[in-house]
Design a protein. Structure first.
Lengths: 313, 309
């Protein structure tokens, strides 16, 4: 174990980049639906059990299955209504189990990125070849079933090794959602020196964290989204910001919850200066216009090895 | 470190579910169901009539609401009994005031322990469904088949004899099942079960003894989940149930497809004097919204069965 994987350099918020998003927008807004498959009886990872109860954990399994059966179309309808394309964090096995869900996303022009194979298979304990095989398998499935290459990564169940981001970048990925250190994209140092970035995702506004961990009530969840938006929209004047709302159809799309989310989405999308983007679009815009500027600043500070991202190629 | 090779093997990675119990089906693809009278939303109010033994084994986990301090945990034991003495009377008065019919999910041990309570429930004529022997007879994956079969048989035989009803429904303590539970239930003549909370309509569920109907008893709208686990206030509870009702009614109106609102209510929790007014406000809204068909669980299953393909 290491004290710090040294994936990014320190950059305080008042030194953020003077980002302008396409159309002069000051806030890039994206929604990341997690479309997942949880297995009823997965192999038991030595570091983490999939289910708290003995197999079959009907309550846990059925709670997730609800999202694919019931919540999915409701969540999609709300995003459609406000012109928001999903950037799907995908358990790649959904391509095999529920291709009808993939088709619904493809016909909407949604992005799909890798969230592993199943959300009940954890990276803990994988050797390099195993994790590479899992990552490449998930990316190949996305390309095959959606016709678009996979650009982003969110580790399955947020389970990582020291090599996770190195392996994803080497497999051709350009961005990660696994880091929560900033409200702007930043370069991420990977061992190959490839151009690789962090696109801000969010734990705090993640519906599962809000509803399952913090147990907030739905109307407050809507208020949290609006308040986060107000602040990031204001701060985006001095340097463009990113706001992500990660969703799970098995949480947000319940009949007692969806309206509060819809009201928040209506609020966000009625504002000027908001770029409704996908994760890939945010990563590409940043890579094209700001990545080198960000590295250059690090170099100007005498960062030396700190400025390494990209330098080794 | 290396994981065993089976961690990268995916034997069930194919179309559909990773088990044989039911077919995958998205809500929008169902055959439309229309409830009696053209109501948009069928309402199943499930009152949990429970016995939590003081000598709880708590294996493989303590049932939600069960004993949690060292033996004898008189505070939780007696607070649960409060539901069968006081809370249920308040809840029934509230339901009757708004003309909403409950279904009772009964732990069969109460047939012997609390005959006066059973007489009251039977006398009302509302449906009684089985909820195992008591809250500590958990059905789970480590339970021996013979032991589970005996609990199922004893529960159903006791309730059927005592009530004179068919007792065709089942809700497991903690909605927990073993891999065999659905087979055992179907073999004993159960028609429907509430444990699988993956849907908002009834659906067909395969067993070794023929087909069951899964009638999902929502966890997310369960008073014990919202108030007991999430620590939401009773008025936040009421707001969520009312929002759910309005959402489902609106969806039913838009699509022309009937929807199901399944409310699990615990008299030991909702029947507290500081909470019951919030429950009454929910019932008032449900009764007045113009979209509700208040029915027993069996009536909902039967209405759905008559239309399902």
């Amino acid at each position: 174990m290491r004290e710090d994987l040294e994936l990014y350099r320190y950059r305080p918020w008042d030194e953020r980049l003077p980002i302008r998003w396409p159309g002069g927008a000051r806030l890039a807004f994206w929604v990341a639906p997690n479309i997942e498959f949880y297995e009823l009886d997965p192999p038991v990872n030595p570091s983490r059990r999939a289910w708290p109860r003995p197999i079959p954990d009907v309550q846990g399994y059925a709670t997730r299955d609800y999202g694919n059966r019931v919540g999915m179309e409701r969540m999609m309808a709300v995003l459609d209504k406000y012109g928001v394309r999903g950037s799907v964090s995908l358990s790649a096995a959904v391509c095999d189990h529920h291709p009808e869900i993939i088709e619904l996303g493809v016909e909407r022009g949604w992005e799909f990125f890798s969230h592993g194979i199943y959300n009940t298979r954890y990276a803990y304990g994988m050797d390099e070849a195993q994790e590479r095989a899992m990552v490449e398998d998930s990316m190949a499935a996305i390309l095959k079933h959606t016709g678009e290459p996979c650009a982003g990564y969110l580790a399955p169940a947020l389970t990582h090794t020291e090599r996770t981001l190195d392996l994803f970048a080497e497999a051709g990925g350009i961005y990660t959602c696994d880091l929560f250190h900033d409200d702007q994209p930043t370069p991420v140092r990977v061992r190959s020196g490839r151009r690789f970035v962090s696109v801000p995702y969010s734990l705090e506004l993640n519906d599962t964290i809000a509803y399952v961990v913090n147990r907030v009530e739905p109307r407050r969840y809507g208020e949290m989204i609006k308040q986060a938006f107000d602040r990031l929209h204001r701060e985006g004047e001095a340097g463009g910001t990113v706001m992500c709302v990660p969703l799970h159809p098995y949480q947000v799309a319940h009949p007692h919850r969806l309206r509060a989310f819809e009201e928040a989405l209506a609020y966000v999308t009625e504002h000027e200066g908001v770029w409704l983007a996908t994760g890939r679009e945010i990563a590409e815009h940043y890579l094209e216009h700001y990545y080198d500027l960000d590295l250059g600043r690090a170099g100007a500070q005498g960062g030396g090895a700190e400025a390494a991202p990209g330098a080794a190629t | 470190m290396t994981l065993d090779a089976n961690h990268l093997e995916y034997p069930h990675r194919r179309r559909g579910m990773d088990h044989r119990r039911y077919e995958f089906s998205m809500l929008g693809n169902r055959h439309p169901v229309v409830w009696p009278g053209g109501a948009g939303v069928a309402l199943w109010v499930n009152l949990a009539v429970q016995f939590f033994p003081l000598d709880q084994r708590g294996k493989p986990f303590a049932p939600p609401g069960g004993m949690s301090t060292p033996y004898p945990d008189l505070r939780h034991f007696s607070l649960r009994e409060y539901g069968n003495r006081v809370g249920i009377v308040r809840c029934l008065e509230a339901l009757d005031a708004f003309g909403i019919r409950p279904t009772f999910a009964v732990n069969a041990a109460l047939a012997e322990r609390c005959p006066g309570l059973l007489d009251r429930l039977i006398g009302r004529g509302d449906e009684i469904l089985a909820s195992s022997w008591h809250m500590d007879t958990l059905h789970h994956g480590e339970l021996a088949l013979a032991e589970e079969r005996a609990v199922v048989e004893k529960t159903l035989a006791t309730l059927r004899e005592r009530t004179g009803q068919a007792v065709a429904g089942w809700v497991s303590p903690a909605r927990s099942q073993s891999l065999h539970t659905p087979d055992l239930l179907a073999a004993q003549g159960v028609r429907y079960m509430g444990d699988w909370i993956n849907d908002e309509l009834p659906y067909a569920f395969r067993t070794d003894a023929g087909e069951l109907v899964a009638l999902p008893l929502s966890l997310e709208l369960d008073d014990q989940f919202l108030i007991g686990a999430n620590l939401h206030s009773e008025w936040e509870y009421a707001a969520q149930i009312i929002d759910a009702c309005d959402f489902l009614a609106s969806e039913a109106a838009k699509t022309g497809h009937g929807r199901l609102l399944a409310l699990s209510v615990h008299p030991w929790l909702m029947g507290q004097p500081h909470r019951v007014a919030a429950f009454e406000s929910v019932l008032e809204h449900l009764a007045g919204c113009g979209s509700i068909w208040s029915a027993s669980a069996s009536e909902i299953v039967t209405a759905w069965r008559g239309q399902a393909i």
